[in-house]
Design a protein around this ligand. Structure first.
Ligand SMILES: [Zn+2]
Ligand SMILES: [Zn+2]
Length: 108
């Protein structure tokens, strides 16, 4: 933390820095930083963060979860489709012991 003591505020050259913004990595004085989501960020980064409307975020999360659910369903369907397909193909040739003669294996 000794490094911080020798730093000056990015906006006020005469003021000592008390915090470092995790977003831009610059040092700032007490007046130039704001607490946001349990983090201390500078005002310019706060503006950047605020540009993403909070109201839009849950919708995006919902959409993402919905897409994830669909993807999961497709994956599950595909998985069972493969198993079903495999089970349909195996019995006759497997039980007759003619697996090496199965014609679909020769086909390209
Ligand atoms: Zn910043
Ligand atoms: Zn400042």
């Amino acid at each position: 933390m000794e490094n911080l003591l020798h730093q000056r505020c990015f906006n006020h050259a005469t003021r000592e820095a008390v915090a470092r913004c995790p977003e831009c990595g610059r040092f700032f004085c007490r007046e130039c930083v704001t607490e946001h989501d349990d983090r201390v960020v500078c005002s310019s980064c706060l503006k950047k963060l605020a540009r993403t409307p909070l109201a839009k975020r849950p919708a995006f999360v919902k959409l993402f979860r919905f897409a994830q659910g669909i993807a999961g369903l497709i994956a599950a369907w595909f998985f069972f489709f493969l198993i079903g397909n495999g089970l349909l193909k195996i019995p006759t040739s497997f039980h007759e012991g003619t697996l090496w003669q199965v014609h679909w294996m020769d086909k390209k």
